[in-house]
Write a protein that binds this ligand. Sequence first.
Ligand code: FCB
Length: 451
Amino acid sequence: MILQAGEGGRRLPPGFLIGCATAAHQVEGRIDNDWQQWSAEDPSRIADRSNASVACDHYARYREDLAELGAMHHNAHRFSVEWARVEPEPGWFDRAALDHYADVVRACRAAGMEPVVTLHHFTMPRWFARGGGVLRRDAPRLFARYASACAESFGDDVTWWLTINEPAVLAVIGHLQGRWPPGERSLWRTLRVLRGLLLMHAAGAQALHTVAARRGRPAHVSVAHHERPLRPRRRASPLDRAAALVPNHIFNRWFLRACAAGRLLPPLGDGRRIAGLRESLDYLGVNYYCDDAVSFDAASPGTLFARQEADPSLPHSSFGWAIDATGLRRALRSLWQEFRLPLLITENGVADVADELRPRFIVDHLNAALDAVDDGVDLRGYLHWTAWDNFEWAEGYTQRFGLFAVDPVTQARTPKPSATLYASICATGVVPGHAPGDPDPEAYHRGAGAR
Ligand code: FCB
């Protein structure tokens, strides 16, 4: 039961992790990986023809950046390690890059923040991509070798690990929609990639556990699962219901059920047992942004006849994603009821250029998270996406998810009103019932307008 804390505020559970989530390619700058190649080869692949050459220059500025988040009372911070930096040539590990991430971990701790470390957040070394990427036969072995190198180098100070960020998103956008590298449009390849990512996750998790056990260290390992429930657009329509069923299973549940079973489950596998898979989740990382509506589309066999869109009856972010905090509570309950693993919200946030939606979004979603805790869900923390406006993949810099604005020329960081509100929640451990000084509550209900 959550204690009520004055003026309708609610207290976060003791030990609750609260902070921000980031990803290397989106903030660090100066990385040579498959994504850099993708945007350089054809700038029109990125909405504003930009790239992540500079991004937030966080690779150089991490000390000040992390100190600032600590000063704003965050007690946790999620970041990703860039594989292409750590292993620029196959089998050659760059000591300076590993030392850098060791120092990032130290800087988190010095700022009072528990590090949550992702090993793979969408990007990969070019040499790995050239050899077939996720579908290489040796992908699990190579990923495990990289995971071991990280665990050996800076794992003694890390307890919370994520092997792979959003396997299903990577598979769908890169291999079905063709909007991210390698730009494929094949359902068959999408399913094979999802299976390949599962094998990499199992091998990576096993490597992290092995190194931690040998060094007598605790390691909580998981995947950052993107939960985006697909609901029939018209509940009464059997066709819409049928169209939502299989994509919903494959996108939202197949990977996690395979982990729980320790097997390559149908329809993407033959039931074969996979070493390390069953022990690969100590908790569940949950990235939640919204639910989507699905309708039957006879013209779209390539997506299994499913047309996916934001629920038109809800307000939308500037990205066009639906906003409905009750969806977060439902998502957490559903994952808890099925998997009975402690949950950590590893991403949740809103694209909002003017910061007019974000204050209320944060308050509503934290309240929804606390509702889930009241429902009995074992929720360990909330990591907001994200700290700084950054390179948002195919959207470039057009979508802004940050608590801080970043000047592209001077790199000056400016806290938005939502950053100050979030800092006061982190400092007091109390979530208000409504967003104080909400500039325009009506704006929230209108939404920021779909793209
Ligand atoms: C998630 C990604 C993250 C960011 C947010 C907006 O799917 O994990 O890198 O792009 O969406």
